[in-house]
Ligand binder design. Structure first.
Ligand SMILES: [Zn+2]
Length: 236
């Protein structure tokens, strides 16, 4: 299998919040997209890992991804060790993504920043010829960091105005996490609160590029521009 775009994240329901709109938009453009979750969320307070995996499949359909998988690494104690890096590198060789989206390198949740670091190093390893004798080396050409929860200026923002509702539906597929019931209310923000919070965040980033809703990303390389007369975001 080979995909154009692969989003790697720590927990099922992370990509729905960080880059789901962009995944939908790229699938609509005709690219083959995929999601690889590193853990099944087995330390989560609500629901079981089995439930979350089923829900993540429903969400995958909403996001129009061609493939979604789970590494089943330990949740809440994700480690960037050699065995995790190797397993992930082998998966990257199998999926052959042209571009990867990974979590920004600073975050409150240790799994999130570790997922970014682990994914970056696995992408590097995946390109080494002598990693093993049986698989072809493959290294993505571009690493893009999803930065929605980091207090940093994005390198660019993707307009997801047309994809926002579908992304919201994808997130709300996680009924065990977000359903509106009495138990849930005590532990998790209810559906309406989630809708408002996600809309506010997406609105903020959309506003930066003159769109209604947006998703922010950071790249470490300088962005190249060939035509400065036709640039996207107006100054006035
Ligand atoms: Zn997470």
């Amino acid at each position: 299998m080979s995909v154009d775009l692969l989003a790697i994240a720590a927990h099922p329901d992370d990509v729905e919040q960080t880059c789901g709109g962009t995944l939908i938009k790229m699938a609509e453009t005709g690219y083959r997209t995929a999601v690889l979750d590193l853990t099944a969320g087995d330390m989560g307070t609500r629901g079981t890992p089995e439930q979350r995996l089923i829900e993540s499949e429903v969400a995958a359909k909403q996001m129009l991804v061609a493939w979604r998988g789970n590494m089943h690494f330990p949740d809440a104690r994700l480690q960037n060790d050699i065995s995790a890096r190797m397993s992930l590198a082998m998966k990257i060789r199998e999926l052959k993504p042209r571009v990867v989206i990974i979590p920004y390198w600073q975050a409150r949740h240790p799994d999130h920043y570790r997922a970014g670091e682990l994914a970056y190093e696995a992408c590097f390893l995946a390109g080494l010829k002598k990693l093993d004798d049986y698989t072809e080396p493959h290294r993505p050409t571009k690493v893009i960091y999803s930065s929605i929860y980091a207090p940093v200026t994005p390198s660019f923002v993707v307009d997801i105005s047309a994809q926002f509702d579908r992304r919201m539906a994808a997130l709300l597929s996680y009924r065990s996490q977000y359903a509106n019931d009495a138990d849930a209310a005590a532990l998790f923000p209810q559906e309406q609160e989630i809708r408002e919070r996600l809309a506010a965040i997406a609105r903020y980033y959309g506003n930066l590029i003159g769109a209604k809703y947006g998703e922010p990303f950071v790249v470490k390389e300088t962005m190249r521009v060939d035509d400065i007369v036709n640039m996207g975001v107006r100054s006035f």
